[in-house]
Design a protein around this ligand. Structure first.
Ligand code: SAH
Length: 253
């Protein structure tokens, strides 16, 4: 089968964070698919068709891109950040697994991108310098009590925790509950980083302690990093503090 599907990570927003490989995959495509605001980040090219879709239509979008590629086209399906992190690459794999046999012989390339937690971490220092994990707080695709168990396990395990999808209009209370849960297991002085729209115009980065972490400081475009008991904040005169997690850990901490 001659069709080709590239699932392309655009990075968090700043054009300088788009990899040369992603840039080349976008330039080579006959057709682009993606969530509207992500597609808007890709400059138009003559002769290239654009198929924007809504936020919640990931499965239908993946199927449409696969169908189009199976007709012989070069298709690029775009994702914010990295396409393999809470994004389209897994939706495409699931569709291929459940779809017609012919889709298994398609040429599929996953083109990685800078994921949000790396961009946010880089803004403040090195909070992910030691063992960490990433959780989506969205209970659209999994039950809330599973999220609570994973938060408990991550905190008990001493991991730094990156929280994707912390809040939305349809999910207003989950982040407050998550902080409450984490406060039971972590010191109240644990550093928390809110990174909103990093690499975009409305970027805002805030560092506070877990005790004072306010869900109202987050929106849909925010990634939160909750430190481990080892995470430290270095105050600096006239400069923003540096947040980091040392590369070594003692026994059981
Ligand atoms: N595939 C994306 C994540 C998709 S889930 C990636 O790898 O980054 C969407 C969530 O990602 C948002 O709710 C937010 O938590 C985070 N996010 C995406 N872009 C961001 C940015 N520029 N700044 C901060 N967080 C961002």
């Amino acid at each position: 089968m001659s069709g080709h599907l590239a699932v392309v990570g655009l990075g968090p927003g700043d054009a300088r964070w788009l990899t040369p490989e992603a840039e080349a995959a976008l330039a080579a495509a006959d057709a682009l698919y993606g969530y509207g605001p992500y597609l808007d980040r890709v400059p138009p090219r003559p002769g290239q068709a654009r198929h924007p879709s809504d936020n919640r239509e990931e499965d239908a979008r993946a199927a449409a891109a696969l169908r189009h590629a199976a007709e012989g086209a070069r298709v690029a399906l775009v994702s914010g950040g990295d396409p393999g992190v809470f994004a389209m690459a897994a939706a495409v794999c699931a569709r291929i697994e459940a779809g017609p046999n012919a889709w298994r012989s398609l040429d599929v390339a996953i083109v990685p991108g800078v994921t949000a937690m790396l961009a946010v971490a880089a803004r403040v220092g090195a909070p992910l310098g030691h063992d960490f994990c990433a959780l989506s707080l969205s209970d659209n695709l999994k039950p809330w009590d599973l999220i609570e168990r994973r938060l408990d396990a991550a905190a008990a395990g001493g991991f730094v925790i990156a929280l994707y999808n912390p809040i939305s209009r349809a999910r207003p209370w989950q982040l407050g509950k998550a902080f409450e849960r984490l406060r039971r297991r972590l010191p109240s002085s644990t550093p928390v980083v809110f990174g909103r729209a990093v690499g975009r115009d409305r970027e805002k980065v805030l560092v506070c302690e877990l005790e004072a972490a306010d869900p109202a400081a987050a929106d849909m475009a925010t990634l939160i990093i909750v430190g481990s008991p080892m995470t430290r904040v270095i105050a600096r005169p006239g400069r923003d503090p540096l947040v980091y997690t040392p590369r070594f850990a003692g026994d059981g901490k």
